[in-house]
Design a protein around this ligand. Structure first.
Ligand code: ZN
Length: 183
């Protein structure tokens, strides 16, 4: 069986811009650029911490728009396709009422990322609570929550492209230090 072609994380951008990222990767320059721009790793380590983080941002920007039944890191969720994370709406009948439950799952990959990228993915998923599609209103909402949204999404996609090209992860969590000697 042939392996599936890797997702093209930069498909939505002008070809010249995507080519520039590829070139920086080939020249071994992208990693340093990203590390300089984003020197830190965030500290949101657990589902509970992520839940609190998401809820705080939601309260600040969206108020009580929609309640979230679950927020979690998901280790099976790896690839960005059309969505960067995954947002699900589950309608179920509870007693006599139809209740809508909404969940936000963030790929576990985001545990080892700078705070800016975590913020970007959370903003993205929160915006989906109001807008299902990646339309103009959706991106307006993203920019309202994070003025630098577009640059962050581009830089994140550049990083994912770098990882796909067998680049070493640039941000490792504190927890990883403990087991680092075993390999
Ligand atoms: Zn999306």
């Amino acid at each position: 069986m042939r392996p599936k072609p890797p997702p093209n994380y930069l498909a939505g951008y002008p070809a010249a811009l995507a080519a520039q990222v590829q070139q920086l990767i080939r020249q071994d320059k992208l990693a340093d650029m990203l590390r300089q721009k984003y020197p830190q790793t965030h500290t949101v380590r657990t589902d509970k911490a992520l839940y609190d983080y998401v809820l705080e941002a939601k309260g600040k920007y969206l108020g009580n728009a929609a309640s979230l039944s679950k927020v979690a890191f998901d280790s099976k969720l790896h690839v960005i396709q059309n969505a960067l994370g995954m947002h699900t709406t589950i309608a179920r009948v509870q007693g006599a009422k139809l209740k809508t439950k909404r969940e936000i799952r963030v790929a576990a990959l985001f545990k080892d990322m700078p705070p800016e990228f975590l913020r970007m993915i959370v903003v993205h998923e929160l915006a989906h609570l109001k807008e299902r599609e990646h339309n103009k209103a959706f991106y307006q909402l993203c920019r309202h929550m994070e003025p630098d949204y577009h640059q962050l999404e581009f830089d994140l996609r550049a990083y994912l492209t770098y990882l796909d090209a067998e680049g070493e992860p640039l941000w490792l969590s504190v927890k990883a230090d403990a087991g680092a000697l075993t390999s």
